[in-house]
Design a protein around this ligand. Structure first.
Ligand SMILES: [Cu+2]
Length: 465
């Protein structure tokens, strides 16, 4: 499928006009479990590739074991959520709640915000998510192995004011690096880590190959997509149905636009509303078209009588209360992302890949903790800042900030501006301005979410006091 740059820009880089004025439907009220969840990190086996089960898979179980894809954790905006991480792995771990603007002590970065959770130990997380949307959770320790083996789960923050759709489907997109025998192989190749990252060999959606989901014919379906892979940038397109993008990285778009080959990098999310085909049995196909040959991510099969819904009924979701920076008063902080020839990898409890290929402002992160490294910036609580990020490499980098969301307010390349996010997929040679209010005290990591890049230098932190 030939894709012109023009086609790409039409869908994802420039917002189209708004559609409709919102669904005239009652607000969602789902039953909600108030009891603290017990999130058990453990090893098991799972059927990931055709043939035989893969051993040494890592996953989370709720309450007990469970060897499948980590559960979708549902919580509610403005309501306290509590979970006890129980570590039944053979190594230390933690949980980071990607995209949630919560207290620093709950952020899950070992040594920086909390102690390591050693095998057999547990840690209680308790926080109140301020924003509704699609987020995700994963460890922040020995991440290439722990995430690579399965520890990436989707997190949904509901808002009682969310419109109700005819169905909701969550897609957790990721690869596994398996050999021909279905077992894990080396998680990376140094040569690839110094480039765009090492890709998996088995592509999955919710740990399945090309799953098919049933949804009401002619209905509107909210599909929450999370790219939780350690390396892959997806470019998503849909055949057989129309769809609107309603949120990016958890945050609603003021003006939803038609899905048309949108890039979603590691750590990023995209919420779409698709209008199912009208006739029972008809199928819409979501594909990844990045790379040489398109492949199927998921299929949606129409069931039942035609609900006769229209994408024109899809309006903007309620906005999240992200503070808006005062650009006139904002201090500009330059952040340069570069390749480096320095070799100073340091051993750490959370594992080292043994190489240093990348740097931020010419400093390479030495290990998993901030030991001996000065923060990139010391921000004053309540002040506005613009991070002027510059990608001086020929590779895309999904740059993620913990604890605070930012608005992308300028770029030297065509892209959607003005929306809030926690992760920007910084393109080769791109310079962009990320505006934020430093409203959350603590030490917050800022790193590339291609995990090999993160773990070979492209990682650092800022402080807010
Ligand atoms: Cu990177």
């Amino acid at each position: 499928m030939p894709i012109s740059r023009r086609t790409l820009l039409k869908g994802c880089s420039i917002a189209a006009t708004a559609y409709g004025t919102g669904l005239a439907l009652p607000a969602a009220r789902r039953a909600f479990a108030g009891a603290p969840a017990e999130l058990v990190a453990h090893e098991g086996s799972a059927l990931l590739a055709a043939g035989r089960p893969t051993g040494a898979v890592m996953t989370y179980g709720l309450g007990g074991a469970g060897d499948g894809v980590p559960p979708v954790l549902r919580m509610r905006k403005g309501e306290e959520f509590a979970a006890r991480l129980v570590n039944r792995l053979q190594e230390p771990t933690t949980v980071h709640w990607h995209g949630l603007r919560i207290a620093n002590a709950m952020d899950g970065v070992p040594e920086m915000t909390q102690p390591y959770v050693y095998p057999g130990d547990s840690f209680d997380y308790r926080f109140t998510p301020p924003d509704a949307g699609t987020f995700w959770y994963h460890p922040h320790c020995n991440t290439l192995t722990q995430m690579g083996r399965g520890l990436t789960g989707v997190l949904v923050v509901e808002d009682p004011a969310d419109p109700v759709f005819d169905a909701e489907i969550v897609l957790n997109l990721r690869d596994f690096r398996l050999g021909g025998d279905g077992q894990f192989i080396a998680p990376f190749k140094p040569r690839d880590a110094a480039r765009s990252g090492t890709f998996g060999t088995v592509r999955t959606t919710n740990w399945q190959s090309e799953p098919v989901y049933d949804a009401p014919a002619g209905g509107l379906v909210r599909v929450r997509i999370a790219a939780t892979d350690v390396t892959r940038v997806y470019r998503l397109g849909l055949e057989g149905a129309g769809a609107m993008v309603i949120a990016l990285d958890g945050n609603p778009l003021a003006a939803p636009f038609p899905l048309d080959l949108c890039d979603v990098g590691p750590g990023q999310r995209m919420d779409i509303v698709l209008r199912m085909p009208a006739s029972e049995g008809m199928v819409a196909t979501l594909s990844n078209v990045k790379g040489s040959a398109p492949w199927t991510v998921a299929r949606f099969r129409a069931v039942g009588a035609d609900k006769k819904r229209s994408l024109r009924d899809v309006g903007a979701l309620p906005a999240n209360p992200i503070p808006v920076a005062d650009l006139k008063a904002a201090e500009i902080i330059p952040l340069e992302f570069t390749a480096t020839a320095e070799h100073g990898a340091r051993e750490s409890i959370c594992g080292s890949l043994g190489y240093t290929f990348w740097a931020i402002n010419r400093v390479a992160w030495p290990g998993d903790t901030a030991d001996g490294v000065a923060p990139l910036a010391e921000l004053k609580l309540g002040k506005s800042y613009v991070f002027r990020v510059a990608n001086r490499t020929p590779h895309a980098h999904p740059i993620h900030l913990h604890g605070m969301s930012f608005h992308i307010v300028a770029s030297n390349q065509p892209r959607l501006l003005g929306h809030a996010t926690d992760t920007i997929l910084l393109q080769p040679d791109e310079t962009a301005d990320l505006a934020l209010v430093a409203d959350n005290p603590g030490a917050w990591m800022l790193h590339c979410h291609i995990i090999e890049h993160q773990k070979t230098g492209m990682s650092s932190y800022v402080t807010v006091t």
